[in-house]
Design a protein around this ligand. Structure first.
Ligand code: MGD
Ligand code: MGD
Ligand code: SF4
Ligand code: MO
Length: 815
């Protein structure tokens, strides 16, 4: 019998607890348990980047519920729908419990010894025949810091391969790139607390109401209190977030730079720039001024479709506000000119001097719970501790710390980004791809291509997951992983706040933590330092954390004064945490000195238009020495635009009730029932034009593939359709439905993040009879997808939703 403090499915954000500017955000403890727990274990929710602290309720060795942590600065006890429901996945019947090895096309169970020995034997053979360049790692934003750091050291100090990146490339590579380009280093200048005092909030391509529900609760509570903030939302859809906006700008997809340039144009016209701040603390303003001169509201309207009068209203708010918090996410990072646009948000703050002060900050948001840690630890295309691959001194620091030769650490070029890792696998130069905690057979663009790569004869694929995902089905070896609640580690949210999440229960069967798997691999590979000692000198999460602390000494993400004990004391703590700031640092850059000095910066930067790297010599010649760098950008057309064959724009994104490929949220009955299937959202105008009614089946085709979805009408601009990308094939292989069958394999030149947010498509009303097996295009596509994903020996549910009758959806598109 389920006991819950609130019904988060029907009331997503819960009751208001209003607060005025500067007043503390009141506590509200949300709880949901199936039985009364025998004891509680400290955890942190891992179903988005918000980092809500909680207690995990345990009874008889099982998780029986969760309760928000009242004392934590991040959520003050609140939890959202995913946090309150997602934990049931731990005990789902279909968890992977034993390693699997593919033999003659079929999986068979294997012992850990057998599976790890096979991986080690393959690794050795590839290193011998092709060097370590034959091995690639595609990791995630969902492990713990300790796990990433261990992986990073294995890859960079043990094997010496540059081919390691995370799905963070798909997620927040642009956040990192934008912060580096402007401020010299990754690290969010602002903090969630700024939302408690600010006068104005700008959300750019960020549907925070659905995607960080608890952070949105904090904003809703401000809106319900005295002196509420003004909210500006830039999003082509009328989302839950947009519904609360003072001004909602709905631009055409891919036109963020035009809109942001237009806003800065208006601020400059109004004479509201902070001249003294610009002169003392920035470089590059004159170029920006020149660039945005022509982005007058009427010109911006022509480019973006945003009515000039609306842009003027938003411009006026931004020109006059005394404080400003901006949040930026996938509507920017996954759209055209990703880094260029994200950087313009930084510029907007800089020209008004609205940074490093209470109520003024930038949150270049994260999405995944631990994406920040992937970036900090160098498990993505960065080096640990925000070090610069192009600065020999930084490489020496790592070599000394790990006691390896500098040349072991790949640094002759930037680390390989994920899109390129997949390309190398396609071309055959990467022979082994080790995939951890990510499901690329649903989440990567252009899935037809990804399936082909994963099936390549001479590519050895290792998949480390808790479930038999669409990706795991293509693996040569599957390693069963322990997940949240079954292992201890730390994670850092977008507010730079570090939390701890502890082991509450044993993993099922023989499943092992990712940390244990990496440590085991390092042992079996016998990685040594220059003195012949084991390269990895730690053995559990706490000792890994201690090792990591040393790696951060003197760097922007300094963890040196942080301990597990401090993290267990009652609240997360924002880095840097060092001798000077033993209790952490809520806000960066309060002295307006930025980490841009040549010897300290994480990067020498790139050209925003081409991605060409700035050389060390060039950078040093113009050393900004602590000033922020203002970099302008011109609007550029997207790479694929609607034409007569594919006349509509497609954009893809999320829903409130599901996390990504639903491996956890899809196993909660309540979350599943709240959002059971994909759909295509279209405007009433387009529905009429194509003769489509609510819930009709529609076929959506792009140059790369097709999907078949039901129609949901409303809350979107004419000419644009939206598909949530959560739905793959593990629970319904009956029809092509994954949005990424359609998306583009193109990426931002600077951050290398793929462009999921636009593609040209055509739609047509779809008759289920067309899907019958046969020679027709649709029949073939359905068969092809079924053939690929329904293959192997794991049975998939067979309910054919495309052809059988299904209850009509009455629920509106959850914004
Ligand atoms: N419920 C839920 N929450 C999540 C997740 C989840 O799967 N489910 N995932 C987490 C993760 S990893 C991430 S990265 C975040 C993502 O969080 P968000 O970025 O908020 O989510 P998206 O829905 O991908 O995209 C945001 C918005 O971008 C808009 N958009 C599309 N194209 C453009 C454009 O060209 N310009 C502008 N300005 N807007 C555009 C879309 O209409 C959409 O509403 O959410 C995190 N939180
Ligand atoms: N069209 C389109 N595509 C997108 C996006 C979009 O907006 N539109 N967004 C992109 C973004 S922002 C992101 S972040 C990606 C996310 O894409 P994915 O990373 O592919 O999505 P998830 O479903 O989160 O996959 C995580 C996997 O890790 C497993 N897992 C969970 N915890 C653990 C653990 O502790 N250890 C191990 N070993 N496994 C674990 C889960 O079972 C799951 O299979 O998708 C991207 N793809
Ligand atoms: S807002 Fe994010 S971290 Fe908080 S409970 Fe919801 S999913 Fe979990
Ligand atoms: Mo993400």
């Amino acid at each position: 019998m389920m006991k819950q403090s609130r019904d988060s499915i029907n009331d997503i954000w819960g009751e208001r607890t209003p607060h005025g500017p500067g007043q503390p955000w009141p506590v509200r403890v949300d709880e949901r348990v199936s039985e009364t727990p025998e004891h509680w274990v400290r955890g942190t929710c891992v179903l988005c980047s918000n980092g809500c602290a909680l207690d995990i309720g345990v009874k008889a060795g099982k998780i029986v519920g969760v309760r928000g942590l009242a004392s934590d600065a991040t959520n003050k006890g609140r939890l959202g729908p995913k946090g309150l429901h997602g934990w049931v996945a731990n005990h789902s019947e279909d968890r992977l419990t034993r390693p699997l090895i593919r033999e003659n096309g079929q999986f068979r169970e294997a012992s850990w010894d057998e599976a790890m020995d096979l991986i080690v034997q393959k690794s050795r053979q590839i290193v011998e025949e092709h060097t370590a360049m034959g091995i690639g790692f595609y990791t995630t934003g969902q492990l713990f810091l300790e796990e990433y750091y261990t992986l990073g050291v294995i890859g960079k100090g043990g094997l010496g391969t540059p081919h390691m990146d995370g799905n963070t490339r798909l997620c927040t590579a642009t956040a990192a790139a934008a912060l580096k380009e402007t401020f010299g280093s990754d690290g969010q200048p602002g903090s969630y607390e700024d939302l408690d005092v600010t006068d104005t909030i700008l959300h750019v391509g960020h549907n925070i109401a659905s995607q960080q529900t608890v952070l949105w609760t904090r904003i809703l509570d401000r809106l319900a209190g005295p002196n509420p903030p003004q909210i500006i939302v830039i999003d082509p859809r009328r989302t839950f977030t947009a519904e609360k906006a003072t001004v909602h700008l709905a631009p055409k997809v891919g036109t963020n730079v035009a809109v942001l340039n237009g806003l800065m144009h208006l601020i400059i016209q109004a004479g509201k720039i902070d001249q003294a701040f610009l002169e003392a603390h920035t470089v590059g303003y004159d170029d920006l001024k020149k660039t945005v001169e022509k982005y007058a509201p009427e010109y911006v309207e022509k480019l973006s479709g945003v009515p000039a009068a609306d842009l003027r209203r938003a411009g006026e708010l931004l020109a006059n506000t005394q404080t400003l918090v901006s949040t930026v996410l996938q509507g920017v990072y996954q759209s055209m000119q990703a880094t260029a646009a994200a950087v313009q948000v930084n510029n907007l703050h800089l020209i008004r001097g609205l940074i490093g002060k209470p109520g003024s900050g930038i949150l270049q948001m994260n999405g995944q719970p631990t994406a920040q840690n992937t970036r900090e630890t160098g498990a993505d295309g960065d080096l640990p501790g925000f070090r610069n691959w192009n600065n020999p001194e930084h490489i020496k620091q790592l070599a000394k710390l790990w006691n390896v030769h500098v040349n072991k650490i790949p640094h002759w070029s930037p680390p390989t980004h994920a899109m390129q890792i997949w390309r190398y696998a396609e071309q055959g130069s990467i022979k082994m791809l080790w995939i951890q905690a990510t499901n690329p057979a649903v989440s990567m663009p252009q899935l037809g291509r990804i399936r082909k790569i994963l099936q390549q004869e001479d590519l050895f694929v290792v998949v480390q997951d808790a479930f038999m995902t669409e990706t795991a089905k293509f693996a040569d070896v599957v390693l069963p992983a322990a997940i949240w609640g079954e292992k201890t580690g730390t994670l850092t949210n977008v507010s730079r706040t570090v939390h701890i999440s502890c082991k509450a229960i044993e993993p099922p069967g023989e499943a092992r933590s990712d940390l244990d798997i990496f440590l085991d691999y390092a042992r079996r590979m016998d990685f040594r330092d220059q003195d012949g000692q084991p390269l990895i000198k730690w053995h559990d999460s706490k000792s890994a954390f201690e090792a990591w602390k040393e790696c951060t000494r003197g760097r922007p993400c300094d963890y040196t004064a942080l301990t597990y004990e401090k993290l267990l004391a009652g609240s997360g703590i924002p880095w840097p945490v060092n001798e000077e700031n033993p209790d952490g640092t809520p806000r960066l850059y309060t002295d307006f000195v930025f980490p841009t000095a040549a010897d300290y910066a994480e990067t020498y930067g790139q050209d925003l238009e081409t991605g060409a790297s700035v050389t060390a010599e060039e950078y040093k010649a113009n050393d900004p020495k602590g000033r922020a760098m203002i970099k302008p950008a011109e609007h550029r057309e997207p790479h694929e635009v609607p034409d007569e064959n594919y006349p509509l724009w497609l954009t893809t994104g999320r829903q409130v009730y599901h996390f990504h490929t639903r491996t956890k949220t899809g196993r909660s009955k309540e979350l599943h029932d709240a959002a059971p299937d994909a759909f295509v959202q279209i405007s009433p105008e387009d529905a009429q034009r194509y003769g489509i009614e609510q819930d009709d089946w529609i076929m959506v085709e792009s140059r790369r593939g097709l999907v078949i979805e039901r129609a949901r009408i409303g809350d979107i601009e004419p000419g644009l359709v939206f598909i949530p990308w959560h739905y793959g094939y593990w629970d319904d292989p009956s029809r092509p439905r994954a949005a990424n069958e359609l998306t583009l394999n193109e990426w931002d030149p600077v951050s290398k993040q793929p462009h999921y947010k636009y593609a040209a498509v055509r739609i047509s009303k779809y008759n289920a009879r067309d899907a019958l097996p046969g020679p027709g295009l649709i029949g073939r596509a359905v068969e092809a997808v079924q053939g690929l994903i329904g293959q192997q020996n794991t049975p998939a549910p067979s309910a054919s939703k495309a052809q059988g009758p299904q209850p009509k959806t009455t629920q509106r598109v959850d914004g």
